[in-house]
Design a binder for this molecule. Structure first.
Ligand SMILES: *Cc1c(COP(=O)(O)O)cnc(C)c1O
Length: 363
């Protein structure tokens, strides 16, 4: 079989070592006689898996002691409702939420938040095209906001924050679904960090929520108990059955990340991978990336062929070279290469080699 490189934006590539380990342990986890899928979530075996995963994630992200890590379900989109239900109660009703509008995912978050609060757009890309993170100096923040919502990596548009946002005393809620664990972050700068697992962590079904303790305990009466962060935290993410197998795989990914040298080492590799691709695109007259250089995502690289009539031939040729899932999101078009932690630099090199070969043939 040809070497395969999977550039999907999510669900996405996982480390081969992790999949091999999961396969080896599929029928009998550590001599327990059971698959992880068959274990009681309250049994000693699964509890050890959960506790190790929590401790490893805390270590990898250097999560301070006054933050809870919650393993939830519903994906990042469910959090778009769960977050306001947990946070707007801190302010007199109707509360207001500030947003920095950077693309497709903040658009969805804004629409959902409107069900629970007044929404103000503190900043947005001026031309309505999401090609850059709005400069911090231009943000129009409100001191009475219940929180400020940002998406620090816009998976579809390919726009990433390369600075820690700040909003004074107003807690910042950050959707980090598609770049969590790809770079060093200062958790203490945020009130809440959330991420669906299926981009850079593990299988779909698990949602990570990292929340500062003083933000617990303000849920609106309408908030389902299973989505009330305080209740979830008090039950150690076991108020109801958590997504056990997804947690197990995420735990294997955390151990793999530690063996790779942790998040700082991953960040260096991610910089090298992204530079390799962007440098080629920038030097070529055949392809183009439209994102401002200071806002380019290291994880998701949308790019276009100047002659879009070649798109289909490009994708067919890519597949024949073992380069999978490069088609861009339908709202943006063109191509998109996602370079998550589990994508080795060899995969990016193979993509660049193919870009060159295709350009030589058709350029
Ligand atoms: C994928 C993604 C989501 C949606 O996640 P679901 O798990 O499908 O709900 C939200 N935000 C960002 C930034 C994403 O990349």
């Amino acid at each position: 079989m040809t070497q395969i490189y999977n550039f999907s934006a999510g669900p996405a590539v996982l480390p081969k070592e992790v999949l091999q380990q999961a396969a080896a342990e599929m029928l009998d986890w550590h001599g327990s006689g059971m698959s992880v899928m068959e274990m009681s979530h309250r049994g000693a075996e699964f509890m050890s898996i959960l506790e190790t995963a929590l401790a490893d994630l805390r270590e990898l992200l250097a999560v301070p002691d006054n933050y809870k890590i919650l393993f939830m379900q519903g994906g990042a989109l469910a959090e778009n409702a769960i977050i306001p239900m947990n946070l707007v109660g801190r302010k007199p009703q109707p509360a207001t939420i500030d947003f920095v509008h950077t693309g497709s995912w903040t658009a969805k978050s804004i629409n959902e938040a409107k069900k629970y609060a007044n929404v103000r757009i503190a900043a947005a890309a001026p031309d309505g095209r999401f090609h850059a993170v709005p400069k911090r100096a231009g943000w129009n923040l409100h001191r009475d906001a219940a929180y400020l919502h940002v998406c620090t990596n816009e998976t579809i548009d390919g726009v990433e924050y390369h600075f820690n946002p700040d909003a004074g005393d107003v807690p910042i809620v950050a959707d980090m679904s598609s770049h969590i664990l790809s770079r060093v972050i200062d958790v203490a700068k945020y009130g809440v960090i959330f991420a669906g697992a299926q981009k850079n962590i593990g299988p779909a079904g698990l949602t990570i929520v990292i929340v500062r303790e003083d933000l617990l305990g303000h849920a609106l009466p309408c908030c389902p108990s299973a989505f009330d962060w305080k209740i979830v935290a008090e039950h150690g993410s076991m108020y109801n059955t958590p997504p056990t197998y997804a947690i197990y795989i995420a735990g294997l990914v955390f151990q793999w990340l530690k063996r790779q040298g942790g998040v700082a080492a991953m960040e260096q590799r991610n910089i090298a991978k992204a530079s390799l691709l962007y440098d080629y695109l920038d030097a070529s007259a055949f392809y183009r990336n439209e994102i401002a250089k200071d806002s380019r995502s290291r994880m998701n690289v949308p790019f276009f062929l100047r002659d879009e009539s070649l798109n289909e031939a490009f994708l067919v040729g890519a597949k024949a070279h073992g380069l999978l899932q490069l088609k861009g999101h339908k709202s943006v078009g063109g191509m998109r290469a996602s370079l998550y932690n589990a994508m080795p630099i060899e995969g990016v090199q193979a993509l660049v080699d193919y870009l060159k070969e295709f350009e030589q043939k058709y350029g």
